[in-house]
Design a protein. Structure first.
Lengths: 171, 171
DNA sequence: GAAACTTAATTAAGTTACTGATACAGTTCG
DNA sequence: CGAACTGTATCAGTAACTTAATTAAGTTTC
C-alpha cells in the first residue's frame, strides 16, 4: 500500500527547476559574471580557499580562477594571502566589499520570496515551514555525497551566486 | 502572537540557493551553453516562440538569440518556421532531438533527487509532499507578477536549462 | 496610397570569459 | 640531492556574448 502523502519527485524537480530560474534571472547591480558571483558566494560562506579548491568547487579550470581572482583583486572584492603552510599556495579571502555584494544579492532574494510568501495562505506557509528541515537535509546529504566541506551553517551564508546571462556578458 | 510554525524566509532562501547550486553543477553530456539549454527548455515547455519572445525570457539580446538559434538549427535541435500571422516574425520550434536533450537533463535531476529522497525518513518525505503545492503556488505567483505566460503544467515540462560554467565554455 | 514611423530579424565587429598548453617555483620522496 | 609532483601564473586561441547598423515587413497618418 502506498503512503498517504506519497512524494512525487517529478513534481519536486519541476518546482525546484522553477525556483532555480527565478534565482538565475535576478538582475545584479554590478556587472559580475556568473562564475564570479559563485566564487564570491563560496568564499563568503566557507572562508579563505586556495585557487585549486575554488577551481574544483566552481568547475572551471584553475587558469580561469587565476584570471578571475586577479580581476576581483583589482576591484577590491577579494585579497590574496600566502598560505603559511605551503609556499606554493595562495589563499583567497573575500573583503568586506565582496561580502557586501553577496549579502546584497541574498537580500534581494529574501525580499522577493517574502513578497511571494505574503500572498500565500497561512496553512500554505505552515506547510512549507514544516518541510524546510527535510529539504535542508536533502541538501546536506548531497554535499556529503559530493565531498563538499560540511559547511558551517550558522548564519551569513549563501548566495548561490547565480546571475542572468545578460549580467555575465554586459560591459 | 506568532503562529505555531512561522516560516523563516531566510531559511527558505538558503535552502533554495543550495538546490540551485546543485542543479547548476549538473554536468551536461553535450556541450551546450548555459543560455542555449535555457532556450531549449523554454521551447520544450511553452511551445514555439518568436525570437523576440525568447530574447525577453532569457534576458539576452535579440542578436544573441538569432546567432544561437542559427547554431541550434544547424545541429538539428530547433526549426525555424515563418509566423503565419506576421510576415516579419519567425517561430522557433524545438525538434524531437532538442526535446530529448531537455528530457535527458530532467531525468538526471530526477535521479539525483530520488536518490536523496530515498535517504530521508518517511515523515520527512511526507512533509515535503505536503509543502509541494504551496511551493508551486509561489512559483505561479511569481510568473504572474513577471508577466510570463501562464504555462501549461500537465507534463513534459521543465529543465531549468542550467549548466555548469565549464559546460558553457568548453570545446 | 505614399511617406514616416515602428517592429522583427539578421549581419558585422568588438569584448569578455573561458579553455588548453606550457612554464616555473615550492614541496615530497627515493 | 635529484626526480617526481603540486599550485599558480602566463599566453594564445575560441565561443558566447555585446552594440551598432542594415534589411524587410507592418502600422499609422494624412
Amino acid at each position: 500500500m502506498p503512503e498517504i502523502s506519497e512524494l512525487s519527485i517529478a513534481a519536486l524537480t519541476r518546482v525546484l527547476e522553477d525556483f532555480t530560474r527565478m534565482h538565475i534571472r535576478l538582475p545584479a547591480g554590478r556587472r559580475l559574471s556568473f562564475t564570479t558571483l559563485s566564487v564570491l558566494h563560496t568564499l563568503a560562506g566557507d572562508g579563505p580557499k586556495r585557487l585549486t579548491e575554488l577551481a574544483g568547487s566552481e568547475q572551471v579550470t584553475q587558469s580561469a580562477i587565476t584570471q578571475m581572482v586577479t580581476k576581483l583583486e583589482r576591484e577590491g572584492l577579494v585579497e590574496r594571502h600566502p598560505d603559511p603552510s605551503d609556499g606554493r599556495a595562495v589563499l583567497v579571502q573575500v573583503t568586506a566589499a565582496g561580502a557586501a555584494i553577496v549579502d546584497g544579492r541574498r537580500a534581494e532574494r529574501v525580499a522577493r520570496l517574502t513578497d511571494l510568501a505574503d500572498r500565500l495562505t497561512e496553512p500554505e506557509r505552515a506547510a512549507i515551514a514544516l518541510a524546510l528541515p527535510a529539504l535542508a537535509r536533502m541538501v546536506e546529504l548531497h554535499s556529503a555525497a559530493i565531498g563538499d566541506p560540511p559547511i558551517e551553517r550558522g548564519d551569513g551564508e549563501g548566495d548561490s551566486g547565480m546571475d542572468t546571462p545578460r549580467d555575465s556578458a554586459r560591459r
